[in-house]
Design a protein around this ligand. Sequence first.
Ligand SMILES: [Zn+2]
Length: 137
Amino acid sequence: MAEMDYDKMVDRLYMGLPDKSKSGERFEMPTAESLVQGSKTIVKNYLQIVKQVNANERHLLKFITKETGTSAGVKEERLYLNRKMGSHQVQKIFEDYIKQFILCPECGKPDTKAVEKSGVKMLKCEACGALSAVKGL
Ligand SMILES: [Zn+2]
C-alpha cells in the first residue's frame, strides 16, 4: 500500500515537470535598430546585441569596419558608422557575423566561445561540446 502511494507520487512529480530541456529553445536572431543621421549610421542597440549573443565586442567591431569599409566608433550603447547604410544592410552584417562566429556549426546554438588549441583559434560549443575551426576567429 505504501509503495503504491510512492509510485503515484513519483508519477505526479514527473508529469508536473515542464519538459523544456528537450524542446530546445530556438535561437532568436537579434534585430539591429539602425537609423541614418546626416552622413552617419547609428545602431541604437549595438551593445545590447553584443550582450545578447555574448560576442567579443572588439572582434565584432573589426568585422563591421571591414565589411562596411568605413570607420566606426562606440558611444554609450550605440555604434556609429561613418557612412550611410540602410537598415537591411546593417542587419545583414550582424546576421553574417552571428552565423559565422557565434552559432555552433554543429548544433546551431549560440552557446559558443573562442578557445585556442595549439595556437589555432577554435569555436567551442558549450551546448554540444563541438570544437569547430572558424576562419578569422
Ligand atoms: Zn553545438
